[in-house]
Design a protein around this ligand. Structure first.
Ligand code: GLN
Length: 181
């Protein structure tokens, strides 16, 4: 089992640590060819416009869709795999959901909260200029915050509006990896 972490921008090393904790080999994914040797891909948070334009320039967006690699997208990563983003077509429509970018406010309004997550339990969620999920057309919602979905799973794909890698709690990574078998 090898799980890739998209290494273009964002908190890549924290995700690698989480995989180490559950004894899964983490692989840095920078170019298209790196996608051929992995069983699943984590797209970390960062700035979705920056990550998206590099994915496009390297031909990786179409390839990720073509080879149907399971993806876990967090925050900016979620934005990149959403079907609709701010009412426009998203880059890689893997999750049939609609999101609004930066809907919880600016960097200063970033916050943490204790979430209840189905199949995981209580979990400290860190929201950093997070997107908001406005509609889920397919898949199951595993957690809500203030009445809005914050974690969605559809088949082997998972999307989260918060960062699961900050506090060293590996349970969400385990949920993703367990689904890859
Ligand atoms: N605000 C960022 C964006 O729109 C996402 C922030 C994050 O990934 N923490 O891409």
């Amino acid at each position: 089992m090898r799980v890739g972490i998209l290494d273009i921008q964002g908190d890549v090393s924290e995700h690698l640590e989480m995989l180490k904790k559950i004894n899964v080999e983490g692989v840095m994914v920078r170019y298209k060819k790196d996608l051929d040797s992995i069983d699943g891909l984590i797209i970390p948070g960062g700035e979705s416009t920056v990550i998206g334009s590099i994915l496009k320039a390297r031909g990786m967006d179409k390839y990720i869709l073509d080879i149907k690699i399971p993806v876990m997208g967090t925050c900016a990563g979620l934005i990149l795999i959403s079907e609709k983003v701010d009412d426009k077509d998203g880059l890689m429509p893997i999750l049939k959901i609609s999101v609004s970018r930066n809907a919880y406010g600016t960097q200063r309004e970033s916050f943490e909260t204790d979430l209840k997550i189905n199949d995981v339990g209580s979990f400290r969620g860190v929201f950093i200029r997070a997107p908001r999920i406005d509609e889920v057309r397919k898949g199951v919602v595993l957690s809500y915050f203030n009445g809005k979905p914050v974690m969605v799973k559809d088949g082997r794909n998972i999307g989260l509006t918060f960062h699961p890698e900050i506090y060293g709690d590996e349970r969400i990574h385990k949920l993703f990896v367990d689904g890859l078998d």
